[in-house]
Design a protein around this ligand. Structure first.
Ligand SMILES: C[S@@+](CC[C@H](N)C(=O)[O-])C[C@H]1O[C@@H](n2cnc3c(N)ncnc32)[C@H](O)[C@@H]1O
Length: 239
C-alpha cells in the first residue's frame, strides 16, 4: 500500500501548524503512547468507542489520526481476520509505534496521510464501513467540514464515532476546569500554545463543531460522557 506523503521540502521551508504537530507527536510518541494506553479509564472509553461502531466480521474500518495505535487492536478484534483496519496519521513517529503494536495483525494497514483529505477510498478501492477518530477533532481548523467529508466517505449506513476532550459542563466538576486548561496548555503542540486565543477555548469550539456535524449527518446511536464530563463519545449511522 502506498501513502500520500506530505512534501518534505516544503515542510523544512515553513513551519505550518501541521508540520509543528507532526514534529511534536513524533518527538513525544513514546510518552504519548503511555498516556494513550494507561491514563485512568481510557481503556474502557476505547472499548466503548469500538463497540459504538457496531462492526461486523469482514468489514473495513478506518481510524483517522490513529496516533500510536491504541485503538487498532480493539478494531482488529471486531472486524476479525477477514476484515480490514486502516490507521491514518500524518506523524511518522507515532506510526512507527503503531506499526510495532500491530505487527501480529496482517489486516491492519497504516497510512501516512492527512486525515482531512484521506486517500483511503482510493487506497482500498472500496468505501469503508466505519470511521473512528479519538482525541483528534480539536486539531482540525474546520472540524465540521472534515467530519462531513468522513460521512461522505462511508456513505449512507456507514458509521462514525468521535471521542473528544473539552471543558466539563457538569456543574459538580466545573471547578476542575482551570486544572484542565493548564493541562491543555502544557500538552498542546507548541503552535497552539502560543496562540492569542486560549487553546482550551479552541478545543471546546472544535469539539462542538465536530460533534454537531456528526449529529447533522447521522442518526445518533450512542452518546456518553466520561472522566467527570471531560470526555465525550458520540456515534451514529450516516443517513
Ligand atoms: C491526541 S493524538 C490522538 C491519537 C489517537 N487517536 C489516540 O486516541 O490515542 C492526535 C493524533 O492526531 C494526529 N493528527 C492530527 N491532525 C492530523 C491530520 N490532519 N492528519 C493526520 N493525522 C493527524 C497526530 O499526529 C496525533 O497522532
Amino acid at each position: 500500500m502506498t501513502a500520500e506523503q506530505p512534501d518534505s521540502r516544503s515542510r523544512s521551508r515553513s513551519r505550518s501548524p501541521s508540520s509543528v504537530a507532526q514534529s511534536f507527536y513524533t518527538r513525544w510518541a513514546t510518552l504519548y503512547d503511555a498516556l494513550a494506553r494507561r491514563a485512568p479509564g481510557v481503556g474502557s472509553v476505547r472499548t466503548e468507542a469500538a463497540d459504538a461502531l457496531a462492526l461486523s466480521p469482514g468489514e473495513t474500518v478506518v481510524e483517522m489520526g490513529c496516533g500510536t495505535g491504541a485503538n487498532l487492536p480493539y478494531l482488529a478484534e471486531r472486524v476479525g481476520p477477514e476484515g480490514t483496519v486502516v490507521g491514518v496519521d500524518f506523524s511518522p513517529g507515532v506510526l512507527d509505534v503503531a506499526r510495532e503494536r500491530t505487527r501480529e495483525y496482517p489486516n491492519v494497514h497504516l497510512v501516512r496521510a492527512d486525515a482531512t483529505r484521506p486517500p483511503v477510498a482510493r487506497e482500498l478501492a472500496e468505501s469503508p464501513d466505519a470511521v473512528l477518530a479519538t482525541f483528534v477533532s480539536g486539531m482540525f481548523d474546520d472540524p465540521a467540514a472534515v467530519v462531513s467529508s468522513w460521512a461522505d466517505l462511508v456513505g449512507p449506513g456507514g458509521r462514525l464515532c468521535l471521542v473528544d476532550l473539552a471543558e466539563t459542563t457538569d456543574p459538580r466538576w466545573r471547578p476542575l476546569n482551570p486544572a484542565f486548561r493548564a493541562l491543555v496548555r502544557v500538552t498542546a503542540p507548541p503552535g497552539s500554545r502560543t496562540m492569542r486565543a486560549s487553546p482550551t477555548k479552541m478545543l471546546n469550539r472544535r469539539l462542538v463543531a465536530a460533534h454537531r456535524a456528526l449529529e447533522s449527518r447521522c442518526r445518533v446511536t450512542h452518546e456518553t460522557t466520561h472522566a467527570l464530563g471531560f470526555a465525550r463519545v458520540r456515534a451514529g449511522a450516516v443517513e
